[in-house]
Design a protein around this ligand. Structure first.
Ligand SMILES: C[S@@+](CC[C@H](N)C(=O)[O-])C[C@H]1O[C@@H](n2cnc3c(N)ncnc32)[C@H](O)[C@@H]1O
Length: 275
């Protein structure tokens, strides 16, 4: 699994925050608030937490009673977890867990009211979602628990101005998104739809909404890094000739400040059918 740097996560966070579907985020918060009627201590488990971007999105969306809300941040990267603790350890009740998410039965999900993830579940396999969904369904027998999964890449990327190779590059990039990212063959662009079907089939009420990055010249640093990332991903095993790919990258970088880029995502909220 390739590492995710603090710099990259910081670079994307503003675009992520703008992209998150506010209605679904509010609905997830309402779900937590409704759980407060049953329990004094609310508990959220954030999968692949990084430096805590989901915690920040929840904290800026409402002014929740932080004292009765605890966060378990799960990630395999100790450096990212240390950064999350340094940013939020004093203001929030949080515990960090350095672990590999692929071992679903070993995840510390006990007593959770909500499981969250952002920019993660397009990296995982169908098997991982099946196992996670079954674990949540089983937990619901003791205590209802929902899933809020934001920013799942959906395979759509649109640029202005257009370039004749946009579609070929996108096809190659989407193929790479389906390769193994540490969880087996990744769902990539199919993650949103797959989760929707899986959680619905287990009786959860599923809500989903689009949450695209809408990027322009003001996001030029992020778009620059995105183009480089696409170039690296596409360079491996691509049908594109190297000069063509380099030409596409040059064209895209020449329009960093004047062009636009839309990267499609979906957000999903799956709630047990108790409401
Ligand atoms: C794209 S980043 C998203 C981070 C954060 N949720 C955010 O939105 O900024 C994916 C995160 O998942 C973590 N991750 C990826 N595979 C993992 C695994 N097998 N076990 C634990 N964490 C993993 C990475 O370390 C990284 O922090």
């Amino acid at each position: 699994m390739t590492g995710f740097s603090i710099d990259w996560l910081d670079l994307r966070e503003a675009a992520d925050r703008r992209a998150r579907n506010d209605k679904l985020l509010q609905q997830a918060i309402l779900w937590l608030e409704s759980a407060r009627e049953q329990t004094a201590e609310l508990s959220v488990v954030d999968l692949g937490a990084g430096t805590g971007s989901t915690l920040r999105a929840f904290s800026t969306a409402v002014e929740p009673d932080q004292k009765s809300l605890s966060w378990r941040l799960l990630d395999q990267d100790a450096g990212l977890l240390a950064e999350a603790t340094s940013r939020h350890g004093a203001s929030h009740r949080l515990q960090t867990y350095e672990l590999d998410l692929t071992d679903v039965p070993a995840l510390p999900l006990e007593g959770a009211d909500l499981i969250t993830a952002s920019a993660l579940l397009d990296l995982v396999s169908a098997d991982f979602i099946d196992t996670l969904a079954a674990a949540l369904q089983s937990r619901c027998q003791q205590k209802p628990v929902g899933l809020y999964a934001a920013l799942n890449y959906d395979g759509i990327t649109r640029w202005t101005p257009t370039h004749p190779l946009d579609q070929v590059v996108l096809d190659a990039f989407n193929r790479d998104q389906r390769s193994n990212k540490g969880f087996g063959v990744a769902l990539g662009p199919d993650a949103g739809l797959y989760m929707e079907r899986m959680f619905s089939s287990l009786g959860f009420k599923v809500f989903s909404a689009n949450s695209p990055w809408m990027l322009d010249g003001a996001d030029n640093q992020l778009v620059d890094a995105l183009i480089s990332g696409i170039g690296d991903a596409v360079a491996q095993g691509s049908p594109l000739a190297v000069p063509d790919l380099l030409g596409w990258i040059r064209f895209r970088k020449a329009h960093l400040r004047t062009g636009t880029c839309e990267v499609g995502h979906t957000d999903l909220l799956a709630l047990p059918d108790t409401v």
